[in-house]
Design a protein around this ligand. Structure first.
Ligand code: SAH
Length: 235
């Protein structure tokens, strides 16, 4: 599979269909990757699995794919949600990319008292997740959920679903195995405020997890936390 260009499409996929590339895909294939008629790429759409597709026409910002053999059937990833306070733009991109590689199925930005970013660009989040999914051979792109304020998130959280909260300097144990769906909450650069920590401590569905004795940057905590939750969930 090395070297295959993988592209996400929103169109239905089945052998023998012909589908249009988006202008961005056509431009990328023709001008960036220098692909031409007869070249094969791999397409997936998060629903129908993964297919070989032959480029049958390509010009400027238009291209047509003829779908060939099915490479893999669709496989659902276990549900895993990352809830994180948006960081600086490049760091947020990094977080979304790594979360996608680590198998997160839902990404939700959360605004906490100390969250620096005032606005988030969900289209940009989605584009980052799509590119990462194309690159890491996922069959689906993580869903980007609407941003929410921390207290609204906690207020609406189903009480029978655990929320693992990464909290530094907490006397937290390693999470025990629980069935899906998993959810991990990571705070902003400045950490959670005492008010937020007190509120979370009162909620039985919030399970504090420690990621070790050192204070990690938020983006490091996302990666370490996802690896830990995933390891516990899949046992
Ligand atoms: N500036 C804060 C630290 C914030 S770290 C301070 O010095 O107190 C940013 C986020 O990463 C935190 O909100 C927490 O969710 C997570 N985090 C960092 N280190 C962690 C650790 N050792 N265990 C659990 N979570 C951690």
């Amino acid at each position: 599979m090395t070297g295959s260009i993988r592209l996400f499409t929103t169109q239905a996929l089945a052998s023998d269909l012909n589908i249009q590339a988006t202008p961005e895909q056509a431009h990328y294939l023709a001008n960036v990757m220098r692909r031409g008629v007869g070249d094969i790429v791999v397409l997936f759409n998060g629903v129908d699995g993964e297919f070989n597709a032959e480029i049958t026409a390509i010009k400027r910002d238009r291209a047509v794919f003829a779908l060939r053999d099915k490479l893999r059937p669709q496989l659902a990833l276990p549900s895993m949600t990352l809830i994180f306070a948006p960081l600086k733009r490049d760091t947020t991109t990094f977080v979304i990319e790594k979360a996608t590689e680590l198998g997160v199925t839902h990404i939700r930005p959360v605004f906490t008292d100390r969250t620096q970013a005032g606005r988030v660009n969900l289209d940009r989040f989605h584009a980052t997740a799509r590119e990462a999914a194309e690159q890491c051979e996922r069959l689906c792109v993580p869903l980007i959920d609407e941003p929410v304020r921390l207290f609204d998130l906690l207020g609406a959280w189903p009480h029978d679903r655990l929320l693992f909260a990464a909290i530094e300097r907490a006397d937290a144990k390693r999470p025990e195995f629980r069935p899906n769906p998993a959810a991990l909450l990571v705070g902003p650069e400045g950490g959670f405020t005492q008010t937020e920590l007190d509120a979370m401590r009162r909620l039985s569905f919030v399970k504090p997890i420690s990621l070790g004795p050192l204070i990690l940057r938020a983006e490091t905590a996302v990666i370490a936390g996802l690896a830990l939750v995933q390891a516990c969930e899949s046992r």
